[in-house]
Ligand binder design. Structure first.
Ligand code: GCW
Length: 680
């Protein structure tokens, strides 16, 4: 049975004989010295990978025999690597980067994977195996690879009782009750999967943080995980509850300006480093959705963050401070992150990184980029993406998020003129940030296949690949993932790639077309409830976001409305200011538009809205047809699983369409245009 546990690291024998033979004849042995924990893992991985893919055991030696060899090493553990003139190149790829090259040594052509560090060599090994898994030609290979972003971290919204906030793939992977004694083998598999895509950090617990995470008991448990993750290059971080000093430390308050509180954080951090010498630092959600923070004492976010930063600085730890703040009093939630944090630019300590969600609201199927990107020249700024599908049908729906991620990171902020993309902001290029980072809210859990939906794996994969190299396209990543996860057959590749590439837009169409947003049922965020108007907070209702009335629909964020567009640099601001210049995907994000407004298709806005909702359902049906065409080309287990989930997705798409169309019709008062089946 194939339950998908192996993720993209499958290493089944390459069925294309020509390709297999080429690899077999050019790799006669592996040469390495397994004198460190990481090199022991490299040996394990390459042995497993080559014997699987090539269908033949490849010997591992510590010196080159006369075979064509694959030499893996660093200048300090390999004579061959140190004898080649790689110093400059190795320097330029840095601490985590690597080189993959072919060299003639004593008349024989050998491959080398070289790095200045063990971890770099591990990344190079995974990259090399990926080349084989995707059947790349190795002749004259010359790869220099280095991550563009320093901190590539998963954020687990895992609670200490093992429930996972917005988790749809079972329980938390961390078995707190049996740690630190029992090492679930899955911990290692988790680390390996992350290392294979370049993820180098993990925040173990939910940002809605239980203060107990910072007690000695949990620190010791986490230390065990850190020990397992370390040789894979993965650093452990904790989410910290800002009131920990008073909640678990016995102090009177948690005021960041209270010297006792400051001392408490220093002692706490020292204690953590005793158990986890390479601890990464804290992630903090403060004064957001009921979480405590410095504002409870009249202090600013910077004053709060800096106390933690100061405690961490001597250990080279960092604080990832979230910018996800909004309050019910404000007229436009869109504006709040920017309004709150831009005045603090320059006040944060050097080892603080502000963690900003990709869009200004909350991980919606489509958002314009967050205006904080490009607005903080003096504050390290990292991006937070959501891998778990909170607003995308949980693990029931197929939604490949590669296109969402690339849309967000390739958006141009114009902060320093054209080409100041979000990618270049977060990789530090635009403002010369000292620390750079990208975070993904994990979609992993104890499900046999890790992510619930078999295609959920592709989002974890895409996040990691983009975190390493944001110049990759969503399509290239999908291509690699399909080859590694399913197979290389054209008849499978084509339709599956098409399904993936259309799936995100389909999800936008049947939920929130034309820039509508947040029409979800409150709380669970699965199904539609565009009619919600009376909740404990106005900014959690749907009517707050769509503002539909008899005249039209959409949120006016121009000068006549909340003027949120002023937060963007020109010409982005001008583009969103003018109804005619606003791309239709973003239309209702920025304008309240008449139902009769003529769209580029010649349809009225009302007709276009209806059309898109119907199109979304048709897209899902198209995905079903394409999936049906691959039956027999992959194992039946995964085929059936996806097929059943697509049935649910079709039903849900119809539910969304009908709910939204019928509800908006109560405002537009217009008939469903001819030719569409009647919603019920
Ligand atoms: O997306 C919203 C979620 C909350 C989450 C919050 C956040 C962890 O609905 O569940 O809390 O965002 O990002 O802090």
């Amino acid at each position: 049975a194939d339950d998908g546990y192996r993720l993209w690291l499958r290493y089944d024998q390459i069925s294309n004989e020509e390709v297999r033979e080429q690899y077999r004849s050019s790799i006669g042995e592996v040469v390495l010295n397994d004198n460190s924990d990481t090199f022991a893992l490299i040996k394990e991985e390459i042995t497993k990978g080559l014997s699987g893919l090539l269908g033949k055991d490849i010997p591992v030696n510590s010196q080159v025999t006369d075979n064509p060899s694959l030499i893996i090493g660093t200048p300090s553990n390999s004579n061959v690597i140190s004898s080649l003139d790689l110093t400059e190149k190795l320097k330029s790829v840095g601490n985590e980067g690597f080189l993959i090259e072919q060299h003639e040594i004593d008349g024989e052509n050998h491959f080398i994977i070289a790095s200045s560090t063990d971890i770099g060599a591990l990344y190079g090994t995974f990259h090399f195996l990926r080349l084989l898994q995707t059947h790349k030609d190795l002749q004259d290979i010359a790869i220099e690879s280095a991550p563009k972003i320093q901190h590539r971290v998963l954020n687990h919204w895992d609670n200490l009782d093992r429930t996972v906030e917005r988790g749809y793939a079972g329980l938390s992977l961390w078995e707190w009750k049996t740690l630190p004694n029992y090492e679930d083998p899955r911990y290692k598999d988790y680390a390996r999967a992350n290392a294979s895509i370049g993820i180098n950090g993990t925040v173990l617990n939910n940002v809605n943080a239980n203060p107990n995470m910072l007690t000695e008991q949990y620190i010791k448990k986490a230390a065990k995980l850190a020990d397992i993750f370390r040789p894979y290059g993965i650093t452990v971080y904790f989410s910290a509850n800002f009131f920990a000093p008073s909640r678990i430390g016995g102090l009177e308050n948690s005021d960041p300006l209270n010297p006792k509180v400051q001392q408490w954080w220093k002692d706490k951090v020292d204690q953590i480093y005793k158990h986890i010498p390479d601890f990464g630092g804290f992630l903090v959600k403060a004064n957001s959705e009921g979480q405590p923070g410095p504002q409870d004492y009249g202090r600013s976010h910077a004053e709060g963050a800096n106390v933690l930063a100061e405690a961490l600085a001597p250990h080279d730890g960092i604080v990832m401070w979230r910018a996800f703040v909004y309050s019910p009093e404000q007229e436009d939630r869109f504006r709040e992150g920017y309004d709150e944090f831009v005045p603090l630019d320059g006040e944060f300590a050097d080892n603080v990184i502000l963690q900003v969600k990709n869009g200004p609201i909350d991980f919606q199927p489509r958002e314009p980029f967050h205006p904080l990107f490009g607005a903080l020249p003096e504050t390290n700024t990292m991006m937070e993406l959501q891998i778990t599908q909170e607003y995308f049908g949980f693990s029931n729906h197929l939604a490949y998020l590669g296109p969402l991620y690339t849309e967000a990171i390739n958006a141009d902020t114009y902060a320093k003129g054209e080409g100041s993309t979000v990618a270049k902001v977060i990789d530090g290029e635009v403002f010369n940030y000292e620390h750079t980072g990208i975070a993904g809210v994990a979609n992993t859990g104890t499900n046999r296949n890790w992510t619930g939906h078999p295609f959920g794996q592709s989002n974890w994969y895409a996040f990691g690949r983009l975190a390493w190299d944001h110049t990759l396209t969503a399509e290239e990543i999908a291509d690699n993932w399909i080859r590694m996860t399913f197979s290389h057959e054209q008849d499978l590749m084509e339709p599956v790639k098409e399904i993936m590439m259309m799936s995100r837009e389909a999800g936008v169409r049947y939920r929130n077309p034309l820039g509508l947003t947040h029409l979800y049922a409150q709380g669970h965020h699965y199904g539609p409830a565009p009619w919600t108007s009376e909740l404990s907070r106005p900014d959690w209702t749907a009517v707050y976001y769509h503002k539909a009335d008899e005249e039209g629909i959409g949120f006016d964020r121009t000068e006549t409305g909340s003027n949120a567009i002023e937060q963007y640099h020109p010409p982005v601001k001008e583009k969103f200011d003018e109804l005619e210049d606003t791309p239709e995907e973003y239309l209702l994000w920025f304008h309240h538009v008449s139902w009769d407004h003529e769209m580029s298709t010649g349809r009225t806005l009302w007709e276009e809205l209806v059309h898109r909702y119907y199109q979304g359902v048709e897209d899902v049906r198209e995905m079903q047809r394409k999936w049906a065409s691959v039956e027999g080309l992959i194992d039946q287990e995964r085929y059936d699983h996806v097929e059943s989930l697509l049935e649910i997705q079709e039903e849900d798409a119809i539910w969304w369409r009908n709910a939204c169309v019928l509800y908006f019709q109560t405002h537009s008062g217009k008939p469903i245009p001819e030719g569409y089946e009647k919603p019920e």
